[in-house]
Design a protein around this ligand. Structure first.
Ligand SMILES: *Cc1c(COP(=O)(O)O)cnc(C)c1O
Length: 387
């Protein structure tokens, strides 16, 4: 173990099982460790650095803002968060935005909005949020309660009450759950990320939208991982021909700085009033200036390139030796390997490619602008590691 690794272990809470690699710097989709070894980054900080490491356009947007004002609090107007909110609404048709700092917080806001909407429309006993088994919505006590995976819950009881989980892609079970509880909203990931990169069926997503509309409760989509171009559309719900009432997002939106956003549609736009919610850092001007430079570049033409790269990876891996199946959408890709995923990851790392896992799969979340030749090089190394 290096000296830095020893000091990390001595002073940082042991919540992460880090790989023995110390990243020193990078450029685009390539990073270097402290010994100068080159890696292709197929994880982009878990879908965060969506234009790669130190992307020059993003760096300029962020540093220009840094020299103007880095933080002022939400007691005053600042330009970057206004520009970002306007841009997000123009690109999606959503009406209003609440800014926070992370995915969990963007979901907390969505949950508060659903509960207040239901309390005013139906009564405060309508406070249950329906989520899916195998989902992931964050690490706060409330978003852990939303997360449909028991192993995250065990030692942290009591969690926030008012959450029930129903199996993905089972419309009848969803109907029963909504009938048997006093429900305020339904929260889903269109592609379950941490749960193993599983896309929901179109019929099911359409049924969620329809049931929420029938019951006059909020249809909410957690786009923390799937959002901001990751799946080849600006937001993943756009693949499904549905219009959610609320979308939460984070990860890629800031291009590498902390930022969360909760987008509110027509039904939800006026639910939050003065004093109902807030955040000290939410909508930070530096994060938002970076985010504007990201969202502006997620044009239809750019998203077509994301789709083309996705097709390339799916084709290259689908019938390759040692690979059972490939799942996901766009550049959010899960690979079910014959060998254990951890073993494939280790071989990839030795050969200069950094990948992620999700459950028993190898997961790829490369930068959306990864150059084709770099992507091809990484895919070759991954393929060989699976054999
Ligand atoms: C990562 C993730 C979260 C949590 O985001 P944080 O920024 O870590 O709080 C929530 N939902 C989904 C779908 C995620 O992938």
């Amino acid at each position: 173990m290096s000296e830095w690794q020893t000091r990390d272990k001595a002073y940082i809470a042991g919540t992460y099982n880090r790989f023995p690699v110390e990243i020193a710097h990078g450029e685009g989709s390539v990073v270097y460790d402290t010994e100068g070894k080159r890696y292709i980054d197929m994880g982009s900080g878990i879908g965060v650095t969506c234009f790669g490491i130190s992307d020059p356009i993003w760096v300029k947007a962020v540093t220009d803002q840094l020299t103007r004002v880095q933080h002022m609090s939400n007691l005053y107007y600042t330009e970057p968060c206004i520009r970002l909110a306007e841009l997000l609404c123009q690109r999606t048709g959503f009406k209003k935005v609440f800014f926070s700092n992370s995915g969990a917080e963007s979901n907390e806001c969505a949950i508060k909005v659903a509960r207040k909407y239901a309390a005013e429309k139906k009564g405060s006993e309508y406070n249950t949020i329906v989520t899916l088994r195998n989902s992931f919505h964050g690490r706060t006590l409330t978003t852990l309660a939303a997360t449909g995976q028991d192993h995250f819950h065990k030692l942290f009881q009591p969690l926030t009450p008012g959450f029930v989980h129903t199996p993905a892609n089972d419309i009848e079970a969803l109907r029963t759950t909504v009938r048997e509880n006093k429900v305020a909203g339904i929260l889903i990931e269109c592609v379950q990320g941490e749960g193993g990169v599983n896309s929901l069926n179109e019929d099911f997503v359409k049924a969620v939208a329809a049931i929420a509309a029938e019951e006059d409760i909020l249809f909410m989509v957690d786009e923390v991982q799937t959002g901001n171009g990751r799946t080849g559309e600006l937001y993943a719900y756009m693949h499904y021909g549905v219009t959610p009432d609320v979308v939460s997002t984070a990860k890629g939106i800031g291009g590498g700085l902390p930022l969360g956003a909760t987008l509110l549609g027509e039904k939800a736009e006026n639910v939050l009033g003065f004093g109902d919610h807030g955040s000290t850092f939410g909508g930070n001007p530096v994060s938002c200036a970076g985010a504007v430079s990201i969202i502006e570049r997620l044009t239809p033409e750019f998203l077509d390139e994301v789709k083309a790269k996705s097709d390339y990876v799916f084709k290259a891996l689908k019938d390759a030796e040692g690979i059972e199946s490939v799942s996901g959408k766009g550049l959010m890709i899960g690979i079910k390997t014959v060998k254990p995923a951890a073993e494939v990851l280790k071989t990839c790392m030795a050969n200069g490619v950094l990948c992620l896992t999700a459950k028993d799969k190898v997961r790829l979340l490369p930068a959306l602008n990864i150059p084709m030749d770099v992507l091809a090089e990484a895919v070759e190394i991954i393929k060989n590691a699976c054999e």
